[in-house]
Ligand binder design. Structure first.
Ligand code: S3P
Length: 451
């Protein structure tokens, strides 16, 4: 039996064992794949025995560059990228590059904005230059690091005519984004357990972009969702993860044919489901009263295989009174306090879920902050007031939807808040039957959630 492994630190929720075991099973390779958590200070003492003892291994953060001096040679891709993610017989390879190129981004002639300067950033910069990008702007927190990154890149591509620049800070990054056609995230920002983070100001994203985010936990990230919200084409890191693993297995097992596309098609849905189970992530549905949050939320939860929670129903259960009674007996302030406490309890539950919130919930800054701290992605159901009022008029149960003019004014105030706060939005009108509307919205949201 062959022995393979992944070295890195920390390794926490790596999907690599699952992916490699699936590839080996489908290709008939008799092998094992283990996780070896090696802190940076232990790398020099551990590497010699790994190089002797294993049939091959993968390398991840923070060793992709520091492993190089211990190897006897580098493949052309590893040399070009200045980083190694696969080792075989003491030669360093970079199969991340194959996974990245499988995304088929239109790199030739493009203006590329790259975030970060780590190993994956290094690989994406090199492949952008190799593919003939017109310009590459690297955005870092620290401008000295950005300049050092560019100096190193120039050394690896002495003949390149690509224009290189470095920027730092959100304003300069947003400005660079305005003229970019490709955005590459080389930072871990947005990775679970901080899925509420996003590496660029969301409103700077635009429809002229192709976005690639190697972060795959969650799938999709807030960056990918917000890019799709703005009409951009966006690809997450999960397909790249599968491709780099298949390519590593091909290097370790020369002569065995492995069909990367067939494996990706089979594995991706399983991996997405595994991520939902392993890393508690919430989808919060927002939108005005009667937008269909509960109905669509229930359908989406069923399709994702996660529980559904209706915030208003939880409030009623906790208070032991109906919402009109809470408003009538204790006032809106009391309702809002109950709503916040209930939301905190629900959003902090240790399992993935789809949650429908009441229409007023995201209009409070404290609630929006709570959402951003709890690995929650926000989906908005947008609808014209006329559509909503047809559903609301004459129905009891909503104390804030009694008079048409007042309710219309509330809709005018709230609509921009929902649109700005959400990570993805889908529109609905009364043109379809209720069940067709639900099906359409649920499938639009599901498409937005694709890898
Ligand atoms: C409210 C919306 C209601 C409920 C409460 C207040 C609002 O939920 O939370 O009546 O402020 O818009 P729905 O949006 O599910 O109707």
């Amino acid at each position: 039996m062959k022995t393979f492994a992944l070295i890195g630190h920390p390794l926490g929720h790596s999907l690599s064992p699952e992916i490699h075991r699936a590839i080996m099973a489908s290709a008939g390779i008799d092998g094992s794949y283990d996780l070896l958590d090696i802190p940076p200070e232990d790398l020099p003492s551990r590497l010699p025995s790994l190089l002797r003892g294993l049939d091959g291994f993968n390398v991840t953060i923070p060793h992709k560059k520091s492993v190089i001096p211990f190897l006897s040679s580098l493949s052309p891709a590893a040399r070009r990228c200045g980083a190694v993610n696969t080792v075989h017989q003491s030669t360093g390879h970079n199969t991340d590059a194959v996974g990245f190129l499988a995304a088929s981004l239109p790199l030739s002639g493009a203006n590329v904005l790259l975030l970060g300067t780590g190993g994956v950033a290094s690989m994406m910069a090199a492949e952008s230059l190799a593919a003939g990008a017109a310009s590459l702007c690297v955005s870092t927190r620290n401008s000295a690091r950005g300049n050092a990154f560019l100096t190193d890149l120039r050394k690896r591509f002495p003949g390149s005519s690509c224009r290189l620049a470095a920027v730092s800070g959100p304003d300069a990054t947003a400005e660079a984004l305005a003229s970019a056609n490709i955005l590459l995230n080389g930072t871990p920002v947005g990775m679970w357990p901080r899925a509420g983070e996003i590496p660029v100001p969301p409103d700077a994203l635009h429809a002229g972009l192709s976005v690639f985010d190697p972060v795959y936990c969650p799938t999709p990230t807030r960056l990918v969702l917000n890019a799709r919200k703005h009409g951009a084409c966006a690809i997450g890191g999960l397909p790249m993860l599968v491709h780099q693993a298949v390519t590593a297995q091909q290097i370790w097992n020369p002569g065995i044919a492995i069909d990367a596309s067939a494996i990706a098609a089979k594995l991706l849905p399983t991996l997405v489901a595994a991520l939902w189970q392993k890393n508690p992530t919430k989808i919060l549905l927002t939108g005005f009263m009667a937008a269909g949050k509960t109905t669509v939320g229930r359908a989406l939860a069923r399709r994702l295989g996660v529980p559904f929670t209706d915030l208003d129903a939880e409030i009623v259960a906790a208070a032991g009174r109906s919402i009109p009674d809470i408003f009538a007996e204790s006032g809106e302030e009391t309702f809002r306090a109950l709503e916040r406490d209930t939301a905190r309890r629900v959003l902090e539950r240790p399992e993935s879920a789809v949650i429908a919130s009441g229409g007023g919930f995201p209009t409070y800054e404290a609630n929006r902050a709570l959402v951003r701290q709890t690995n929650t992605l926000v989906f908005h159901i947008d609808a014209p007031f006329e559509t909503l009022w047809k559903r609301l008029a004459g129905r009891p149960g909503r104390p804030l939807a009694r008079q048409q003019a007042e309710t219309a004014a509330l809709h005018v105030r709230r609509a921009p808040i929902y649109r700005a706060f959400c990570d993805f939005s889908a529109a609905t009108t009364n043109d379809l039957t209720p069940s067709a509307t639900t099906r359409l919205l649920a499938s639009t949201f599901r498409a937005a959630l694709s890898p």
